[in-house]
Design a protein around this ligand. Structure first.
Ligand SMILES: *Cc1c(COP(=O)(O)O)cnc(C)c1O
Length: 463
């Protein structure tokens, strides 16, 4: 399956196959009416690609860990909070990392068993902690106050939950502040280099024989691999120190978080899971020698490549010499890109009215969304075959943190999401992952049942 031979554009076989599947899916979606005048924007998910990434993740760590080492790859649900995706990953041997009651409910709805689920989050309530412990889900405490809550809960009822502590190795940030979690002043975990913190952590473990895990997540997107590895190295070194000072291997599992970056400028996958696993094996000797079980929490790197937003070009216009394709994909499905285009650029592909890759001379143009503000742009100044009315524009690599993260600007409806796979006879077949939201649902979610609530309130008050 893994074909790393690059063509003259530096694109490997796996990336080429993925691009071909995507083209087939866009054409199939138009053919089969999932995409058209009445369904002007959809999200598409490549089931084959998701399975391949899951397999690549498992293989990468299988290749470096000592035989018999327990490894749980827990998908960060926040990246793609869709039940069928979690079920697919579960079937591929991937668990779930959840960070809210909603995410936990999604994981449970997908059939994830407690022993394949990990709860992180900087703001867990007592009720959430109680539920997690009752279910036997692994919990990483974020801070001393949370550990005190766990003391009370773990003391009052026995639990099967493996319990850990999140630390911030303070190794520094990457190129994106909002996704850097190991800065001096990050809001996550116990800041290890703060005065007295390391001693406090050692004592916290000494006082709690049931505290058996150490967790760190150094950041998401924009963190260079060497920095990710340093975060893991610091965490491993701390575990070694704690176990040595306590005099027994109390910490039995290291949760090394996620954060592998995705190259949104290219089709090829780099860095790969295999590169990261080899770097860790090289930089953190001892991490994989079998003395520690491992948990990983990758999100974006598992799903981003396998999602595509496809939107119809409603109008194509020219304004003051500027070419603009007005599409149905904007801030509601690509919020980060629209608000921070420099940080979160997306590749755009052009398709014709039948969903076939568009050819023809490239023209510099803007690809705009439907929302009512000037900045609602998927891409600015892109050279693409000229998009015309009825064509389709696709925003690539949007399987994580994009169409599954709807933003309700202008009361735009959530698009339908469809998974696709080859049908075995040269075509493509689709399955509904999420129904498109209806306008009636938007009204209901916007207080439709309480239309008179405020006028009644005023009438009462004035009496
Ligand atoms: C967001 C997050 C992840 C996943 O990060 P990716 O960059 O999507 O891999 C993993 N662990 C924690 C604690 C997170 O907050």
């Amino acid at each position: 399956m893994q074909n790393d031979e690059n063509d003259e554009n530096g694109i490997g076989g796996e990336a080429r196959d993925r691009a071909a599947r995507r083209d087939e899916a866009v054409r199939g979606a138009v053919d089969q009416g999932l995409l058209g005048p009445d369904a002007a924007v959809v999200g598409l998910l490549d089931v084959t690609g998701i399975r391949e990434s899951a397999a690549a993740l498992r293989a990468a760590f299988d290749a470096v860990v000592a035989p018999g080492t327990p490894v749980l790859h827990a998908f960060a649900v926040k990246a793609t909070p869709l039940v069928p995706v979690l079920r697919l990953l579960h079937e591929e041997g991937i668990g779930a990392e959840v960070a809210s009651p909603g995410e936990l409910a999604l994981a449970r709805a997908a059939g994830l068993p407690p022993e394949r689920t990990v709860l992180d989050s900087p703001a867990k309530t007592p009720a959430e902690l109680r539920e997690a412990l009752a279910l036997g889900i692994a919990v990483n405490a974020d801070n001393p106050q949370e550990l005190t809550r766990l003391d009370a809960l773990a003391g009052s009822a026995p639990t099967r939950s493996p319990l850990g502590l999140r630390v911030n190795p303070q190794v520094g940030g990457g190129s994106i502040g909002a996704t850097s979690t190991a800065t001096e002043t990050s809001k996550f975990g116990v800041a290890l280099r703060d005065e007295g913190a390391r001693e406090w952590v050692v004592q916290a473990f000494r006082d709690r024989p049931w505290l058996t895990r150490l967790h760190a997540h150094t950041g998401s997107q924009g963190i260079p691999l060497p920095l990710l590895a340093r975060g893991v190295a610091e965490t491993h070194a701390l575990a070694e120190e704690i176990n040595a000072r306590i005099g027994r291997p109390q910490i039995d599992t290291l949760d090394i978080g996620g954060g592998l970056p995705v190259d949104f400028a290219a089709e090829s996958t780099a860095p790969t899971y295999a590169q990261y696993a080899r770097l860790l094996a090289d930089q953190v000797p001892g991490l994989f020698d079998g003395r520690y079980g491992l948990v990983t929490e990758f999100g974006r790197s598992l799903l981003a490549r396998h999602g595509t937003v496809v939107a119809r070009v409603e109008y194509a216009k020219s304004s003051g010499g500027r070419r603009i394709a007005v599409t149905h994909a904007g801030v509601q499905v690509a919020t980060r890109t629209v608000y921070a285009p420099g940080t979160w650029p997306l590749r755009i592909a052009a398709y014709d009215t039948k969903g076939r890759p568009k050819t023809g001379p490239e023209v510099v143009q803007d690809v705009a969304g439907p929302a009512c503000f000037s900045g609602d742009l998927l891409a600015e100044g892109r050279a693409l075959p000229l998009l015309e009315q009825g064509d389709f524009a696709a925003a690539l690599d949007t399987g994580a943190y994009y169409f599954a993260h709807h933003y309700a600007y202008n009361s735009l409806t959530r698009p339908g999401i469809y998974g696709f796979a080859p049908d075995g006879s040269g075509g493509v077949t689709f399955a509904t992952v999420r129904e498109p939201q209806t306008v009636a649902e938007v009204v209901a979610e916007s207080g439709g049942a309480h239309a008179a609530a405020l006028t009644i309130l005023r009438a009462r008050g004035s009496r």
